[in-house]
Design a protein around this ligand. Structure first.
Ligand SMILES: Nc1ncnc2c1ncn2[C@@H]1O[C@H](COP(=O)(O)OP(=O)(O)OP(=O)(O)O)[C@@H](O)[C@H]1O
Ligand SMILES: [Mg+2]
Length: 481
């Protein structure tokens, strides 16, 4: 039960709810403790002894157990399945002494997923709606966690999920095949209970298809070609909003000139009238929610970096999450909805950071600046800084460090890397080319998708050719820098 402020509720009433085994969430207190947790994480670098560290891990596991249990209770999960699901969700740390891990188990599939009260409440609301057979279309900004939430929820509920990425070429026959496979499975499971026969079909990005009209039938009427689909096969959909941009496109003609759809934030089609009735607004993350995700996502990174860096990571993790949060907020404010910054950027930034931390030995990085700080600077540079124009870059640098040190350190990294490339004769290694080389090379080695956008003649192809030649001939001396 969610109560704004438990102090305003009669004590006897609260006691009675406790006796009835209600879990009571005090929203105001929860908000306060979240703010305090973020503040304390950012304010003081915490130095912990090993023992304290282990203790903290135990409390983290306990907290995650508590939250998962809460979800299990709402879902009505069988006791016998809980242990298996927890290990499949969060990993071996959640294994009980007696538990045997079988080969077919996918261990820790969602270990990066942060379970906050915010997404627990969303999961509960969505789950109840699915169970009551009410059509549901999740609508929200890109990267706010719709797809991850449904996938994680299906795992928590132990329901087989068929996730379908709808796109403009997605045809009626594709949909028929998907539904048929699910109905066949449902028929095979004839002897099982209703609950065990349950399956979810998740139509992601539903409004990217111009033929949205015929998806309407499946989502809203639970029929396909007029034939009823079994009740145990639940249909869930997700989409981005059909929303106009707030900024004036005329100022930014380079990218969007003469493109009709450029006035919309997402290239999607409007929902049909019936669908609109079933939209569930996922919205966007509030600042404090996002900060909490950043803090928790950063904390989880520790398990992936080499053990030797754990101590240093503990001292600096507050600084890491704070800097990512600053960059995230900066881009959102200064680029408005020209670009969307979401949890996807946080996850990308941390992925690059982890990659660099893992390759410390190989990269042989002797330098006055600790490698952990250099890794963070490079990651922030790639995910946020290089997306800005010169003026905004300086502003971001000021916010990230005193005296704009960030930009100087990043320039050093760019310079060091470019020095190790063999540049064909007659080519001037100017700032633009250097940046292209740096961004391209880093994105290729960390397998981060990248699209270089620029006016004609801004060395896009040339930089790609240089990186390709250097990599394919193993000429680069990057490892020595
Ligand atoms: N609870 C969470 N914990 C950790 N990371 C998360 C969480 N939710 C989302 N993310 C991260 O954010 C990224 C984007 O999430 P997701 O793909 O679910 O967004 P989406 O709302 O489906 O976006 P889109 O509209 O573009 O499909 C994921 O790759 C994941 O790394
Ligand atoms: Mg998605």
């Amino acid at each position: 039960m969610l109560i704004n402020d438990t102090k305003s509720v009669d004590k006897k009433c609260l006691q009675r709810l406790h006796d009835l085994h209600f879990t009571i969430l005090n929203w105001n207190e929860e908000m306060k403790s979240r703010n305090d947790a973020i503040e304390s994480e950012w304010k003081k670098p915490i130095k912990r002894e090993k023992k304290g560290d282990e203790q903290k891990q135990d409390t983290e596991i306990e907290e995650k157990e508590k939250r998962t249990e809460l979800l299990f209770r709402v879902i009505g999960m069988k006791e016998t399945l809980k242990a298996k699901i927890k290990v499949e969700l969060w990993g071996e740390k959640f294994k009980t002494k007696e538990q045997v891990i079988s080969k077919d188990m996918k261990i820790g599939e969602f270990r990066h997923y942060v379970l906050t009260y915010e997404n627990i409440l969303k999961m509960i609301a969505i789950y109840l709606r699915i169970q009551s057979n009410t059509p549901i279309i999740l609508m929200g900004e890109t990267g706010c966690g719709k797809t991850s939430l449904i996938k994680c929820l299906a795992k928590v509920a132990n329901v087989p999920l068929t996730a379908v990425d709808v796109h403009s070429g997605f045809g009626r026959q594709d949909l028929r095949n998907i539904v048929k496979a699910c109905v066949d499975k449902w028929e095979d499971d004839e002897k099982k209970s209703e609950r065990e026969r349950e399956q979810w079909i998740f139509l992601d990005e539903i409004n990217t298809s111009p033929d949205i009209g015929w998806l309407n039938e499946l989502v809203c009427n639970h029929t396909l070609d007029g034939a009823k689909i079994p009740e145990e096969i639940k249909i869930i959909a997700a989409c981005n909003p059909y929303r106009l941009r707030k900024w004036d496109i005329k100022d930014e003609d380079e990218l969007f000139a003469s493109d009709e759809l450029s006035k919309y934030v997402y290239r999607v089609y409007p929902l049909c009238e019936t669908m609109k009735e079933y939209v569930w607004f996922f919205g966007r993350l509030s600042e404090v929610d996002e900060q909490q995700y950043i803090v928790e996502m950063t904390n989880q990174v520790k398990n992936e970096i080499p053990f030797a860096s754990h101590k240093e990571f503990e001292t600096r993790k507050g600084e890491i999450s704070k800097k990512i949060a600053i960059a995230q907020k900066f881009l959102r404010t200064h680029l408005k909805d020209k670009v969307i910054v979401s949890l996807r950027d946080v996850s990308k930034c941390l992925k690059i950071f982890v990659w660099l931390m893992k390759h410390y030995e190989k990269l042989n990085c002797e330098n006055n600046n600790p490698w952990i700080c250099r890794s963070l600077n490079i990651a922030i540079g790639l995910c946020y800084y290089f997306r800005l124009n010169i003026e905004k870059r300086l502003q971001l640098s000021q916010e990230l460090s005193t005296n704009g040190l960030f930009v100087k350190l990043l320039e050093q990294e760019v310079h060091k890397l470019c020095k190790s490339f063999i540049i064909p004769r007659g080519i001037a290694l100017n700032q633009g080319l250097k940046e292209n080389l740096f961004v391209l090379f880093m994105c290729i080695i960390t397998t981060t998708p990248i699209i270089l956008v620029g006016k004609p003649g801004t060395s896009k192809t040339l930089s790609f050719q240089i990186v390709r030649d250097n990599l394919s001939h193993l000429k680069t001396e990057f490892e020595k820098n």
